[in-house]
Each structure stands twice: as C-alpha cells, then as structure tokens.
Design a protein around this ligand. Structure first.
Ligand code: PMP
Length: 396
C-alpha cells in the first residue's frame, strides 16, 4: 500500500524523471539516512555531493541555530553588512591563491555559472565561450546552453548564443581557443560524464593557452570542491589556478549556497557601466553562510580532506577485482564504479538499496554507478560499505 505522502509526492510535487527514486526520508544521522520506519541506509550519494559532512552534524546544526536567533534575510545581496557573509568571504580568500580574493555569493551552482559567464564576457568584452562536451554546469538557460547533447538541446531552443565545444582532455582542441574567446568553463574532473579524470598536463596546457589568448579560465568545482577529491580544491591536483572559481553543493554545509570567486579587479566590472551588473535577493543567505563557515571548520578540525583521499584509496583497492566490476575510477571520494555488464546498472543501484546502500547513476554515462559517500566516513564504515556493495553485485 503506498503511503499517503508517496501518493501526494507523485500528485503534487513536480518531477522531471520518468522514474524518480522515491526514497522516503525520515531523518538523517552521520552517513545514514533512515526511512520513516527507521530502516537505516548508508548514504553514498550525499545528495549528489552536498552532504559531505553527513547528516545532522552537531556543529552545523549549532551554527545554524545561533544565526537563526540573530537574524535571517535583511536586504538584497551586497547592501547590508552581515557578519557570516563577510567572515566567510574572508575565509575563502585566505584558503585560495592570492588573486581569488573576491566572492559573489549565489543560491545555487547554476547561478554561480550564470554570474561567471556574464563576468567573463563583461571583463573581456568578448562573446565566445568554450565548454567541454559531456560537461554539466546546471539547468538555467545560460548554463544549459553549455551542454553538448543535441537531443536534449533541440527541445530547449533558442539557446544563449556564443557557446562552442571542445573535447575534455584533448590537447589538439585547445587550438580552437583564440583571442576571440572570453572564457573556457571546465570541471576539473567531469562529474556527470562519470568521473572522468583529465590526462596529466592537460590543465597546464589549457592554462597556457588561456594566458596566451587572454581568455579567462573558469573552473567549476561545484561537485569537486570542499575536499571531496582528497584536496580542498580539485584544481590543486592539476597545479593550475583558475581566473574564476565556482562553488556550490557541499559549500553550503547542507544549505543552499553557491559562489563565483575571482579577483577584485575582474569582479569590479559588474559594478559599473552599468551599475548593479549582477543582482540576487537571497544569494549568500546568513543561515547558509553560517553553515558554510561551520563546514570549513569541521573539514579542517577533523582532517577530512586527508580522510577523503585515504578512504577513497581503500574503497578502490577493496572493490577493484570484483567479478562484476571492470573499473573503480576517481579521486578521493568522488568515485565511479564501472560495471562489466552495463545492462545491470539500474538493477545494481536497486540491489545496493536492498542491502541498505544508497548509490546512484550519472547523467551522461550508462555503465557507471555513482559512489560519493560523505567525507566523514570512517575505516569501519568503509568496511561495511564495501561488503554491502560486493554482496549487492554478487546477487547478479
Ligand atoms: N556544475 C556541476 C559540476 C554540477 O555537478 C552541478 C550539479 N550537479 C551544477 C553545476 C549545477 O548546480 P545546481 O544544481 O546547484 O544548480
């Protein structure tokens, strides 16, 4: 018998997937999500890399409650001086290379992308943007125009013009970037394509080409940031620094928060000719900024960047060689498990659920299981997760 809540979910809540997951959430604690009957599931999706610190971390809850008692929204973004927002912007500047010192806060990842595209075009007075094939940068009109899958885009026209594509990690394609190019937007690891790592040296060649042509390099760390890949920022693996950095997802400590971050010099073009070049009402909400600050503190205090690197290695070592798996790919705890038999993808996701393990699939990859547990996961929990995963895949 479907519960009344399930019936209402399908009747009143808009969905765009033909078969939504439909997991009914009771509550969450640590790496666990519980259904309303109290059955425990290990969350290896983390709300697609959002709940990096698990569910209900006491320090995040406390920070939110403290801010709740002080004030919520007070004015449109950038007008009032709100302590959590200012302290967070300063913290980010201290954590990033020198020139990434000015933050524009948004509510989501896709809004960070929109802001960055406008900023790059305004700063360079150029029009052309390069994105990578099979990248995902969000679902608003500008971010969606960066997609390369023609079937999807056909239904969404007209798109925001000026976008061209290159292949990720293909050195020859870098020649397409010229003095006409405003920006290249790129993920340091392609997430929705199924955790595709760049070839060694590719990002340096890309950085060189951008420097040579006066093109801004926008690195989208919306999925990779905040320690998930075993470095605080995934661009550190590549030894390059972007001109504009994009954050969201785990950045808000479980609340909605995004950002595009650049130098003061670049960012100031949004404040003249015309003034108010970018606006948001709720961007950088004080509750979200308070949660984000707590998240940064926890990541530092609990050495979670190192933990993500170590636990990721362990998971890869334990699952590699399983007869149903052909590759465990990724960095830190941003992992894709490639199945030998791609027809088993949906059954495998369901078999994992039957073992009490929540995993997922990717937008642009039909043979890989998405595996992104909270980065607080412990040694013992990794053992349990790998046992459950192996058992689920043995069923087939
Ligand atoms: N960029 C990347 C790399 C993403 O993975 C996502 C979300 N999956 C986005 C942008 C869009 O973020 P949001 O859903 O918060 O708009």
């Amino acid at each position: 018998m479907p519960t009344p809540l399930r019936t209402s979910f399908f009747r009143y809540v808009a969905q765009t997937a033909p078969e939504p997951d439909g997991f009914e959430v009771g509550h969450g604690k640590g790496i666990y999500l519980f259904d309303p009957e109290g059955n425990a599931f290990i969350d290896c999706i983390s709300g697609i890399a959002v709940s990096a610190l698990g569910h209900g971390h006491p320090k995040i809850t406390e920070a939110i409650k403290k801010q709740l008692d002080l004030h919520l929204h007070t004015s449109v973004y950038g007008e009032h001086i709100q302590r959590p927002q200012v302290v967070l912007a300063e913290k980010i500047a201290r954590l990033l290379p020198n020139h990434l010192n000015c933050t524009y806060f948004t509510n989501s990842g896709t809004e960070a992308v929109e802001g960055a595209l406008k900023l790059a075009r305004k700063y360079t007075s150029r029009y052309e943007i390069f994105a990578c094939r099979n990248a995902y940068h969000g679902s608003t009109a500008g971010a969606e125009s960066l997609r390369s899958d023609l079937d999807h885009l056909a239904a969404m026209r007209p798109l925001v013009p000026g976008v061209k594509h290159i292949d990720f990690s293909v050195f020859d394609d870098l020649e397409c970037i010229t003095e006409k190019t405003a920006a290249v937007i790129i993920e340091p690891i392609q997430g929705e394509a199924g955790v595709i790592l760049p070839i060694v040296g590719y990002f340096q060649a890309l950085r060189d080409r951008c420097n040579k042509t006066g093109t801004l390099l926008i690195i989208d760390e919306i999925q990779t940031g905040m320690g998930r890949t075993g470095k605080m920022w995934a661009f550190e693996h590549e030894d390059v620094v972007p001109d504009i950095l994009l954050l969201a997802k785990a950045f808000g400590g479980g609340l909605p928060l995004g950002a595009f971050i650049s130098s003061k010099e670049i960012m100031q073009v949004l404040s003249h000719d015309p003034i108010l070049g970018h606006l948001t009402t709720f961007g950088g909400h004080p509750l979200s900024c308070a949660a984000s600050l707590a998240a940064f503190d926890i990541i530092e205090e609990e050495n979670l960047v190192e933990n993500a690197a170590r636990q990721g290695e362990k998971i890869r070592a334990k699952l590699t060689g399983h007869p149903a798996i052909c590759e465990v790919r990724g960095r830190g705890l941003m992992l894709a498990i490639d199945l030998k038999n791609p027809n088993q993808l949906l059954t495998s996701v369901n078999d994992c659920k039957a073992q009490g393990l929540l995993v997922d699939w990717f937008l642009f990859n039909d043979r890989s299981v998405r595996f992104a547990p909270p980065i607080i996961i412990t040694d013992e929990e990794v053992e349990v997760v790998c046992e459950k995963m192996s058992r689920a895949l043995n069923v087939q």
